[in-house]
Write a protein that binds this ligand. Structure first.
Ligand SMILES: Nc1ncnc2c1ncn2[C@@H]1O[C@H](COP(=O)(O)OP(=O)(O)O)[C@@H](O)[C@H]1O
Ligand SMILES: O=P(O)(O)OC[C@H](O)CO
Length: 496
């Protein structure tokens, strides 16, 4: 009987299931967008129950389209939007509040007071992270402080915390396993990335009881088995788990020190493998765990951009200028340039290298001649400018100049954007053959734990170099364009 690995990619915008065969080929897949809740300006939430239902939905759809039975799935790998915090009752299994999404800013004041009290150095030295609402820790505290009775329940040991991986593994195993992996734990603000433990000082700083925390495990091992009814009478091992950006680094075969990729999904995340060394940044990059395999942890440097593809969704859902994300390319191509228009999509503040929670989005350079096409093009270009901001500090901190940028994520389907990115950076931009490198990374980690795969290079390596964008003649204008972007960002930050 043919066996398969099922990868679940639970992203910010959508949930996907992708089925891989022994050769690392995609046999079938299904996806579903998830609902975004914006209860207040700058807040972003998800319904954790809806996320779980979406996972079951895409699995059912993938297996039925492929005509594959549950028993043919040899293992499941999970990869997920990171930092998003869920707190639920361990007895009823019900979340006590919406999942607070990584993009959400409701803990901005709390972070400000932690910074003002001088905790930045302590947090950085232990976690490799900055004090910013992005990370899970302050979100958990917020839930305990704002949901009636939550703190007492947490003290009694009745509540559990998890990022989305933890929540899904808990649901898959019928509430038996409360676990996460190193890569996800390293994004919580609560985990010491050097000692590889939950940190008592940080837990006390944020007033979070340790009994809420999941057990931290390797990124490739069997964590538990699904309950039978989820897989038509079969119990499937869940054998791989990694945050989506780290899984993409793995799927993009960035195994050597100095190799990097940039993912253009809801946000944009550039990660560079730094191997066994956790490299500290001087320029607002994060130090994070790439993965833990076979008792060894690898580290990465990361630049995080909060709004990338979600700016395109804003054009679609907020401004209603386009009907689908793909339309953005059609409109943008109708003009040769933005004619000096810049969109700074700081809808939830700015991450690397600015780390400003209070700045909000802005548009500059409008004239009477500005059209919808210019605005759409300027929004697309903002993804490339933000990536350039990150690449510059990545090169400075690592001392490595990238000749090629490996890219993936939903927005790399936009050829205009990828060409613009190559022109702006003056380097090659390389797309893999399949755009499911995140899912591939998670599938590989799961298959590794159950002895499913051929070598890593035969599986992940075969998808490299689908298309390479090289800098065109337009590259000459890039310094001037980028100078305009820097001015626009500075002006947006000054407007508060
Ligand atoms: N052709 C396109 N041009 C620009 N953006 C796109 C295009 N196709 C998809 N996107 C954007 O990519 C994002 C989805 O990418 P994906 O990697 O699936 O995200 P996530 O993993 O965060 O759910 C959406 O925000 C969408 O707007
Ligand atoms: O949903 P994505 O793919 O943009 O990824 C979200 C990141 O994991 C947030 O840190």
């Amino acid at each position: 009987m043919n066996n398969y690995i099922l990868s679940i990619d639970q992203g910010t915008t959508s949930t996907r299931a992708i089925l891989f065969d022994h050769d690392g080929e995609i046999v079938q897949s299904a996806g579903q967008e998830i609902k975004q809740y914006y209860p207040k300006p700058g807040w972003v939430e998800h319904d954790a129950e809806e996320i779980w239902v979406s996972v079951l939905g895409v699995i059912a759809s993938t297996l039925s389209k492929a005509g594959i039975k549950g028993e043919q799935v040899q293992a499941i790998g999970i990869t997920n939007q990171r930092e998003t915090a869920v707190v639920w009752d361990r007895h009823t299994g019900r979340p006590i509040y919406n999942a607070i999404v990584w993009q959400s800013r409701q803990t901005a004041d709390l972070c400000e007071s932690l910074r003002a009290a001088g905790h930045t150095k302590l947090v950085l030295e232990k976690t490799g992270l900055l004090i910013d609402p992005y990370f899970s820790g302050t979100k958990v505290k917020w839930i305990l402080d704002h949901v009636e009775g939550a703190r007492e329940k947490a003290e009694r040991g009745d509540l559990l915390f998890g990022t989305i991986d933890t929540w899904l593994i808990w649901k898959f195993t019928g509430g038996k396993k409360h676990v996460t992996d190193y890569s996800n734990a390293s994004r919580t603000l609560l985990f010491n990335i050097y000692d590889l433990r939950w940190d008592a000082d940080l837990l006390s700083l944020l007033d979070i009881p340790s009994n809420m925390l999941p057990e931290v495990r390797a990124s490739s091992e069997v964590y538990g088995h699904t309950v039978e009814h989820h897989f038509f009478g079969h119990r499937i091992p869940i054998a791989g788990c990694a945050g989506d950006q780290q899984a993409a680094l793995f799927g993009q075969t960035c195994y050597e020190v100095g190799m990097a990729k940039n993912t253009y999904g809801t946000g944009c995340f550039m990660l560079m493998n730094t191997g066994e060394e956790a490299v500290a940044s001087k320029n607002g990059l994060l130090t994070t765990i790439a993965w833990g395999i076979d008792g060894k942890v690898s580290y990465a440097l990361e630049g995080s951009v909060f709004v990338a593809g979600s700016a395109i969704q804003w054009l679609r859902d907020g401004l209603r200028m386009i009907k689908s994300s793909q339309d953005s390319e059609t409109y943008a191509r109708r003009v040769d340039s933005t004619e000096g228009v810049y969109v700074v999509p700081a809808f939830v503040g700015l991450g690397t290298p600015y780390w400003d929670s209070d700045v909000r989005g802005a548009v500059f350079g409008l004239t009477r001649g500005t059209t919808k096409e210019h605005l759409i093009r300027a929004t697309l270009e903002s993804l490339a400018y933000q990536s350039k901001d990150v690449l510059r500090v990545m090169e400075e901190d690592s001392g490595i100049t990238l000749k090629t940028l490996r890219v993936d994520g939903g927005a790399v389907n936009n050829e205009m954007l990828m060409q613009f990115q190559s022109d702006l950076l003056g380097v090659n931009v390389e797309r893999p053959v399949i755009n499911e490198t995140t899912a591939l990374g998670a599938a590989y980690l799961a298959g590794l734990a159950v002895g499913f795969w051929k070598s890593r290079d035969e599986i992940c390596g075969k998808w490299k170099s689908g298309h390479i964008y090289t800098p065109s003649a337009d590259s000459d204008k890039s310094e001037q364009l980028y100078a305009g972007w820097k001015k626009a960002v500075r002006a947006a930050m000054a407007f508060k």
